[in-house]
Write a protein that binds this ligand. Structure first.
Ligand code: DGL
Length: 256
């Protein structure tokens, strides 16, 4: 079985890593659209178009299922992707919501994400059905911080404080990292939010969601593709996956 995973950049590697940890014996194919990152400040039409192009590449490579390892793409493009491709397609929003519903005692959940994810209302709509109160905050500087490799130290701490100050005092007991780049900032976010706030990483949640469908086959290839070699790419691949991994470059929409 071959699982295809895509994201606007390197953030989805956090999902890829969680999938690899849960299923050591499947083939994995990853596409990070580093030439067009961030998706989080694009219009919904553009996010849908980019997502279709990413999925088409994975589909043509013969994957058996696709994981949309990007909250922005999951918020806007899931329906279009499911219409276009006759494969199981998993997003990251619903698994995070399910996990947060198990965790919250007070029924007060925080969601942080890109501007596009937050303004899509994708999390809010799902939580409303369960009578959970949602406190949202777009954190637009988090993605460039991560893409620059600034995931610890004073600058990262100051930016985290800047965006999360209000959420910290809003009475939430659960905070969803509603962007696949954010797990890289999780230690700082947890430290800032303090004990008593469960920080939910949707990367782990989506890997769990695949359990009923994934069949481990004994082979465990890992192929990475990116659409641009950004300056921090090598560092980030190494940092997120815990070792350097070779990758190839391609242009979308045409495969090279
Ligand atoms: N990783 C993407 C997400 O989960 C966000 C990055 C971007 O803005 O492209 O939303």
């Amino acid at each position: 079985m071959k699982i295809g995973v895509f994201d606007s950049g390197v953030g989805g590697l956090t999902v890829l890593k969680a999938i690899r940890e849960r299923f050591p014996s499947v083939d994995l194919l990853y596409l990070g659209d580093t030439a067009r990152v961030p998706y989080g400040d694009k219009s919904s039409q553009t996010v849908i178009r980019y997502s279709l192009e990413c999925a088409e590449f994975l589909y043509n490579e013969g994957v058996d299922l696709i994981v949309v390892a990007c909250n922005t793409a999951s918020s806007y493009a899931l329906e279009a992707l499911r219409e276009h491709f006759s494969l199981p397609i998993f997003g990251v929003v619903e698994p995070g919501v399910k996990r947060a519903l198990k965790s919250t005692v007070k029924g007060r959940v925080g969601v942080i994400g890109t501007k596009a994810t937050i303004s899509s209302g994708s999390y809010e709509r799902m939580f409303r059905e369960y009578g959970v109160e949602v406190f949202q905050k777009a954190c637009p500087l988090f993605v460039p911080l991560v893409e620059e490799g600034i995931v610890e130290g004073e600058i990262a701490k100051r930016v985290v404080e800047h965006y999360l100050k209000e959420l910290k005092s809003s009475g939430i007991d659960t905070l969803i990292l509603g962007c696949t780049h954010y797990p890289l900032l999780k230690p700082i976010i947890e430290e800032y939010m303090g004990k008593g706030i469960d920080v939910v990483d949707s990367a782990e949640c989506v890997a769990k969601e695949l359990e009923p469908i994934v069949e481990e086959v004994g082979s465990s290839s890992l192929e990475l593709y990116f659409t641009d070699r950004s300056p921090s790419l090598d560092f980030l691949v190494d940092f997120i996956l815990g070792k350097p991994v070779e990758y190839k470059l391609l242009s979308l929409p045409c495969k090279v």
